[in-house]
Design a protein around this ligand. Structure first.
Ligand code: ARG
Length: 457
């Protein structure tokens, strides 16, 4: 264990188990880029403001840039005995450029430093998640285009309800993921303010220029209250919450893929590369990937609760509890990125079994609403028409037949409003393709949705 930077006040070294307990480098080392870029911006500002000499600032910036390059090329390894990434970088800098390195931490504290690092790091992660969500949506819209005329049953209560197209069904997910993008972008915009210069909690007596640092880091502005600057972790909660919603959407989609690939439905077949076999039952092809995505949703929800609970009782300003934020939010982001990246090609490569979708739609009296609508359009009050249609369904169940197989004479026994054109009205394709209201399942309505979503991408 190397000597701590704060060793001055202490007579004894830290117990080694305590050192491990206290250290966060295993988790926060991934923020090295943000940490070094933040320090470079800080050093430049110190030089510009005359808080340190221009020469010193240049030396520090050069040293930091070298460290960054060496970490990127992996010629420099993290010291896992260091307390955290901030201490590691500063120690390495001092090792390389001597005492000048010790000037970097002027007018700064690890409290505002770490707050800045997480914001910068999560801002990049948020951008990456948005990029892969866009890819997912574009795969969804392409599939929807391909299947804008593929008829399948639409369900409520998982009971066949009304016929829809598979394209229409898919486009519902496009809407969910679009909302997810907007939520993530929103969270990213709110986190893009610099806490640096809040120092330990109260600001500083040095003539700092916080806005210069924020601008250098491409941030929209500065946190206006130094206590808030160092103690705010709302943005981790916001991102964890947005991540939870994405996972919930992926999980619902997974659940459908699992159902659809069962023998009971057989609406789709997953590509061999995205399914697994059983160690004992040779006939099996399991949708493990979809199940894992559904399963991993739990840990992402858990991380959200971890963050909310970690923050709820904390007095202002910084408390060490907050070190726990990173493990939770990083795990959510890692899980999310992994799930989206594997879900997208799984969806892209699956085979749609159109015949089974259509056969399922032809069963289950899925056109009973259209029988009622037929009567209503001819002057029968909807409630009365609904009852007539229901009685017809009961009649068909008794006779073990379906509505479209009845004769006109049989229809007329229930209402003399029925004419020959009832068969046209309850034809499966017609029931589907005539629902051309905005947002409906008709081909042109689905095309309009696809167009609008593509414009937003
Ligand atoms: N590793 C710490 C964290 O993640 C950095 C801040 C430490 N600040 C302090 N006052 N001990 O929160």
């Amino acid at each position: 264990m190397s000597e701590k930077m704060w060793a001055g006040r202490f007579k004894k070294q830290l117990d080694s188990e305590v050192n491990d307990f206290n250290s966060s480098i295993r988790v926060d080392c991934r923020m090295y880029r943000s940490d070094i870029n933040g320090s470079i911006a800080h050093a430049a500002m110190l030089g510009k403001q005359g808080i340190i000499s221009k020469d010193d600032a240049e030396k520090i910036i050069e040293g930091l840039s070298d460290i960054l390059a060496d970490l990127e090329s992996e010629s420099l390894q993290f010291d896992m005995n260091a307390e955290d990434i901030h201490m590691f970088v500063e120690a390495e800098l001092t090792k390389r450029i001597g005492d000048t390195g010790k000037k970097l931490h002027t007018a700064r504290s690890r409290n505002d430093q770490v707050a800045l690092d997480i914001r910068l790091h999560l801002r990049d992660e948020a951008n990456e998640v948005v990029a892969i969500l866009r890819e997912l949506i574009s795969v969804i819209t392409n599939k929807a285009e391909e299947h804008k005329a593929t008829v399948m049953p639409g369900y409520t209560h998982l009971q066949r309800a009304q016929p829809i197209t598979f394209g229409h069904h898919l486009m519902a997910y496009a809407q969910m993921f679009l909302r997810d993008i907007s939520r993530i972008e929103d969270a990213a915009a709110r986190m893009n303010f610099s806490p640096l210069g809040s120092c330990a909690l109260a600001g500083t007596t040095y003539p700092t220029d916080r806005m210069t640092v924020a601008t250098a880091l491409n941030m929209s502005g500065i946190c206006e209250n130094s206590l808030d600057g160092v103690s705010d972790r709302d943005f981790t909660v916001e991102l964890a919450s947005a991540a939870s919603l994405v996972m919930m959407h992926l999980s619902r989609f997974s659940e459908e893929i699992i159902l659809w690939s069962s023998w009971e439905f057989k609406f789709i077949e997953l590509d061999d590369a995205y399914s697994t076999g059983s160690s004992i039952m040779p006939q099996k092809k399991n949708p493990d990937i979809a199940e894992l995505v559904r399963g991993k949703t739990g840990r992402v929800y858990g991380n959200l609760v971890t963050l909310l609970t970690m923050l709820k009782g904390l007095p202002l300003a910084y408390n060490k509890d907050m070190q726990e934020d990173k493990e939770a939010i990083f795990d959510s982001i890692d899980t999310l990125k992994q799930c989206i990246s594997i879900f997208t090609p799984m969806l892209n490569t699956m085979t749609v079994i159109e015949k089974n979708m259509k056969d399922a739609a032809a069963k289950g009296f899925i056109n009973a609403t259209d029988v009622a609508d037929y009567l209503t359009k001819r002057g029968v009050p909807f409630r009365t028409a609904y009852k007539i249609s229901g009685t017809l369904v009961a009649y068909c169940i008794d006779k073990n037949t379906v509505l479209e197989n009845l004769s006109l004479a049989e229809f007329k026994e229930f209402s003399d409003v029925f004419e020959e054109d009832v068969f046209d009205a309850i034809n499966l394709e017609n029931c589907t393709f005539r629902r051309n209201s905005e947002g409906g399942t008709a081909i042109e309505s689905v095309e309009a949705q696809i167009k609008s979503v593509r414009a937003k991408l």
